[in-house]
Design a protein around this ligand. Sequence first.
Ligand code: HSE
Length: 439
Amino acid sequence: MTEPLRIGVAGLGTVGAAVVRLLGRHAASLEARCGRPLVVTAVSARDRKRDRGVDLSGCEWFDDPVALAASPLCDVVVELVGGDEGPARATVETALAAGKHVVTANKALLAKHGAALAATAEAKGVGLFFEASVAGGIPIVKTLREALAGNAVSRISGILNGTCNYILSRMELEGLTFEACLADAQRLGYAEADPTFDVGGFDAAHKLALLTSLAFGTEIDADAIHVEGIASIAPLDLKMADELGFRIKLLGVAERTATGIEQRVHPTMVPKTSAIAQVMGVTNAVSIHADAVGELTLVGPGAGGDATASSVLSDLADLGRGVRIAPFGLPVAALAKAERAPMQRHEGGYYVRLSVLDRPGAAASIATRMAERAISLESIVQRRAPGTPWEATGRAAGPVPVVLLTYATTEAAIRAALDAVMADGHIAEPPQLIRIERP
Ligand code: HSE
């Protein structure tokens, strides 16, 4: 019989347990596909006693994942520990140094240390695979690294964080609070250990950094990403978006522009009729624009045990078959230095919500400030805030929401206009600004 591929699983949380379960369930078909059995020989987790609903009886147990990584019992280490330093980094570095393949779902680690880890893997002649690190069960890494090798990619964009999409969807459709939706996402196993990674946009940024490198053949440049999370999105923004024909999504976008590669993660207004607006709940979606294929969109589960484990098994099957490929599609030395496009040069339409002190001249001064920067307004909406008391004059006593939609302008222009609006003293709080994409 051909030698089995011996697998050590470091981390037995939702995904780790699902990996062990799926390897057992699909043992026969995986063996047939790879020409050798894929066998879990070692596992590592903190709590030995916890019932994870999987049979670990044939596996050697390690309390320390780094000891598992150094052990001669496995040929490949599946790192599901998490975190960009500490035990996760030590586990991956130890495994690679010991000449073992690594499969990881750890986007934070790769966004920070991916180049160095890929260089070690290259030097050692072993695989470093990370399909599970981006968009859960969607095979986006393989698509960019292998399937689109005959293309020049110009843009990649998508919903890369299931937790944020789940929260925004439920807030919009069920009128629930941000906190209640986040608690449900955590209970269902979608959120990161520290959910500020999700809602702050950092998890999506880590994923975008990897996709940008794969798409454009560039060095990972996570520090270049403009990141905004969803914590500032108010129920009123969701309501106004709905009235104006939009939905709000946390999008990650990387595109080649005249000034370099623009990378950004932020809440985005997308037309309700667009394909991306239909993507609700924990589902992720990634769209790629490339010269030969045109536009390609992959949609699927972005988080959850089985979906993420499916991607881990895809990598394990490749290793079982003997596939060896540069982690980012090119040898590390061949990755180009990414030229950063400054966010101030970003061009697009904007949704602006202002909390305006309702007095004569306020609207005129706001419109003037926009006109001074050649910003053209597509729509202006002023609503009387529900419950606002009225003065005898008939004007609102408190501030009223005013929503503007602009035609395409630059980030620098809209920021300068809003600074001037604030300085004029007609608004009661800092403006809400949401970029509009019309994919
Ligand atoms: N917390 C992530 C998400 C899980 O919500 O998308 C997978 O990366």
